[in-house]
Write a protein that binds this ligand. Structure first.
Ligand SMILES: [Ca+2]
Length: 118
């Protein structure tokens, strides 16, 4: 468990489909982690390093390619895209975080570490 600002970041330590991650996070009263600043990004990265796996973030590409939205449909203001990302041009709708904390737009059909925010 990582406490950062008014958020708590937790991980099951397990890899799941993103739909399963959404369900797990909702079941514990939270949602899939979506970092809003560097401190939250680092708190998520802690688990990626611990379990040596990437994680999907709570962002999804909207109707405009390259514009990624939170679940409330607001566009992400804080981003940590890896160099040359996002590169999916509308074909990579989800966002994964690498173990170094940088982001990649990615197809949504992988299994990734479940990380939730409360
Ligand atoms: Ca990409």
């Amino acid at each position: 468990m990582q406490v950062v600002g008014n958020k708590i970041i937790v991980s099951s330590g397990k890899d799941e489909k993103i739909e399963t991650t959404h369900a797990i996070c909702q079941a514990i009263g939270g949602r899939i982690a979506a970092p809003k600043n560097e401190a939250e990004n680092n708190a998520i990265m802690f688990f990626l390093k611990k379990y040596n796996q990437y994680a999907y973030l709570g962002l999804k590409e909207g109707p405009l390619p390259g514009i990624f939205l939170y679940s409330n449909r607001f566009p992400a203001m804080f981003t940590r895209w890896k160099k040359n990302e996002p590169n999916g041009k509308g074909q990579e709708k989800c966002v994964e975080m690498y173990t170094d904390g940088q982001w990649n737009d990615k197809s949504c059909n992988q299994k990734r570490l479940t990380v939730c925010e409360l």
